[in-house]
Design a protein around this ligand. Structure first.
Ligand code: UDP
Length: 411
């Protein structure tokens, strides 16, 4: 940088250069308020992340469903949450357009957001090159045949963050994952119980891939009672009626519906183990981390992130089928609850995860990028009539470094 130039620094550029507090827009999905009253994995993640980012001194605006609460500043656009219309494009696009308008207005007012962290899904990713701040996008769903063409077309517009290494390596060719950051849990808020009860726990959506019916078989083979908890979402009624209900007897297999608050905490904390007989490459799996936070071991099929979250023989057991799962129940006395909790605290505690995301944000808005901004700004001074020169300055720089989420250069 040439010190003889007269550079103008907007507040955002100063923040980036000082390594100090950032101005961050966190975009949650529009379906369920933050924090979720019941089921709501992404909303719980967003809640913890916002809290930690504010605690770290950042200025955070959370764009989330109506009814959301956070120590971040909350902005909502859609009049009501839509928990039964998840994915409806009208609500999602309304939500994202509202967030983008706020971000652009802040830039226009000279106090731009440094970074947008999106958790809301496809609309924000597709439109990430239509907003005046770099976008970090956490991929909460799988890369698969349905989504891969979408990520190929739009992935370059953001810095993609995967939740696990196993998810990252499934990104389609040509799609770069900039970082792997797991989902957070606030370990101290989960109760620790060292002496477990006899029952086993299954917790999740009543989707066949989550394996409630396989958990029922494994528990029966192990001769242990099973408690099942979780929502029956639209489209899952038939599976539940045909594959779960016939096995429920109120004693050996008991379905308790959606659990929240202390009921959920007690269920996790007292269970002999969480059963995770999944048959899909689950990108993460909050229920495993929540169980571990309570000192409860996890017995899982080694699919997706389960094989990373569960360290075989330390905080749980990895098994290949229901028979092995039943046999693993007999090995639970070799798993120490305190080690289970420690394995969640060291890897998934919200403070650890927020620090990880902060590194990602700073890599996206690096000083090199800021220097490009100065040059562009200085050109603006030379040609004050060239409106938007600053943005062109950003856009015409090649994407800096592998982790930069700067908008790609258009043709
Ligand atoms: N959950 C809940 N009540 C239930 C069942 C699940 O609050 O009865 C929560 C659970 O605590 C977890 C989330 O729903 O935080 C499920 O997240 P996960 O990543 O395990 O699964 P997903 O459904 O996102 O694939």
């Amino acid at each position: 940088m040439d010190s003889t130039h007269e550079y103008s620094l907007d507040p955002g550029e100063l923040r980036r250069l000082s390594g100090g507090a950032l101005k961050i827009a966190v975009v949650a999905p529009p379906w369920i308020p933050v924090p979720p009253a019941g089921y709501g994995g992404i909303e719980a993640v967003v809640d913890l992340l916002c809290e930690q980012l504010v605690r770290r001194g950042h200025k955070v605006t959370l764009f989330a469903a109506n009814g959301s609460h956070s120590i971040a500043t909350v902005r909502s656009f859609v009049e009501a949450p839509h928990p039964n219309e998840i994915g409806a494009s009208m609500y999602e696009s309304d939500h994202v357009a509202g967030a983008w308008a706020v971000v652009d207005a802040a830039a226009g007012a000279g106090d731009p957001f440094d970074v947008i962290h999106d958790h809301s899904g496809f609309t924000a990713l597709a439109m990430a090159d239509r907003v005046s701040a770099p976008v970090v996008h956490t991929v909460h769903g799988p890369f698969d045949a349905t989504t891969n063409p979408f990520y190929r077309r739009h992935g370059h517009k953001v810095t993609l963050v995967a939740l696990s290494r196993s998810q990252a390596v499934t990104a389609p060719s040509g799609v770069r994952v900039g970082a792997v950051v797991a989902n957070p849990v606030s370990v101290e808020r989960w109760p620790f119980v060292a002496v477990k009860q006899d029952y086993l726990l299954w917790m999740g959506r009543m989707d066949p891939t989550k394996g409630a019916h396989r958990a029922i078989l494994a528990a029966r083979l192990a001769g242990r009672p099973l408690v099942l908890a979780g929502p029956i979402q639209p489209g899952q009624e038939r599976y539940f009626q045909e594959q779960v209900v016939p096995h429920l007897d109120g004693t050996n297999a008991r379905y308790v519906g959606v659990v929240t608050g202390t009921v959920k905490e007690d269920l996790y904390a007292n269970a002999g183990a969480l059963l995770m007989p999944i048959r899909w490459a689950e990108p993460f799996g909050m229920v495993m981390v929540e169980a571990l936070a309570c000192g409860t071991p996890v017995i899982a099929f080694p699919e997706g992130a389960a094989a990373e979250i569960v360290i075989d023989g330390e905080n749980g057991l990895l098994v290949d089928d229901e028979q092995e799962m039943a046999r693993a129940v007999d090995q639970l006395e070799g798993i120490e609850p305190r080690i289970c909790r420690a394995s969640a605290a060291s890897r998934y505690d919200a403070a650890v995860i927020a620090a990880g995301y902060e590194r990602v944000y700073r890599s996206v808005i690096r000083p090199e990028d800021a220097i490009h901004l100065y040059r562009a700004t200085s050109r603006t001074h030379e040609h004050p009539e060239s409106e938007g020169a600053r943005h062109e300055g950003i856009g015409t720089q090649p994407t800096v470094g592998s982790a930069s989420g700067r908008r790609a250069v258009g043709p």
